[in-house]
Ligand binder design. Structure first.
Ligand code: MG
Length: 222
């Protein structure tokens, strides 16, 4: 390794440390696998990455590290009001994220702090809004797309149908919370992954925990 490689490795290690310390649900090994998948997808340079579902910015920092390393830009899409499973009375509710102003979840301030602390504000663009609406107006081909938004059937399929067609041949689609055993978690992400493989448009690249990474091998059928 030369000095430049040393500098890049130190920066990546620092970002991994920040990502690990950022609030969220992604295990460390899956986060690093996600980062590696995006870096792999972006190796041609100058690519566009999208993540759907950012919460407080943990996956954003992992993916931002890959974007920085490859000269890509990450668009991080979230309404920042939490998914169904984050609302009061559900398993993944965190009461301190409720804004006292309006009684609604608001993860955006946490996300902004995480991105700023990581020094990724020139590399990561936050889009605050409904992912399906953004997808319907999106036109930029994607080197990498990460689906980790609402885990119910309706939002999960809307994300898959809205975003996966934008991934270029050779690009990667990553899906989080894929649980083949229903005892481990909800079905929709697993069903997206099965449908993607069955379509013949995708081949499996890697898996780590509940993270699955696919590579587009054929253009979308429209
Ligand atoms: Mg997840």
């Amino acid at each position: 390794m030369n000095a430049l490689d040393d500098t890049a490795a130190a920066r990546t290690a620092a970002l991994v440390g920040l990502a690990r310390a950022t609030r969220g649900f992604m295990p460390d090994d899956e986060g690093e696998a996600l980062m590696a998948a995006a870096a792999d997808a972006g190796q041609a340079g100058g690519g566009t990455f999208v993540e759907i579902g950012a919460w407080c910015g943990k996956s954003t920092v992992y993916l931002g590290a890959a974007a920085e390393a490859t000269g890509a830009v990450l668009f991080s899409i979230d309404h920042h009001r939490g998914s169904e499973e984050n609302q009061p009375g559900w398993d993944y509710h965190e009461a301190d994220l409720v804004s006292p102003e309006d009684g609604r979840l608001d993860t955006l301030p946490h996300w902004r702090r995480a991105v700023a602390a990581a020094g990724l504000e020139t590399r990561v663009v936050g889009i605050v809004g409904d992912s399906a609406t953004v997808a319907a107006h999106w036109g930029t081909p994607l080197a990498f797309c990460f689906i980790d938004g609402g885990h119910g059937a309706e939002p999960a399929w809307a994300d898959f149908n809205g975003w996966s067609p934008h991934v270029v041949v050779g690009g990667r689609l990553a899906i989080h919370d894929v649980f083949p055993d229903p005892a481990d978690g909800g079905r929709p992400p697993y069903e997206l992954w099965c449908a993607a493989l069955a379509s013949g448009e995708w081949s499996e690249v890697s898996e780590c925990g509940s993270l699955r990474v696919l590579r587009r091998v054929a253009p979308p059928r429209s």
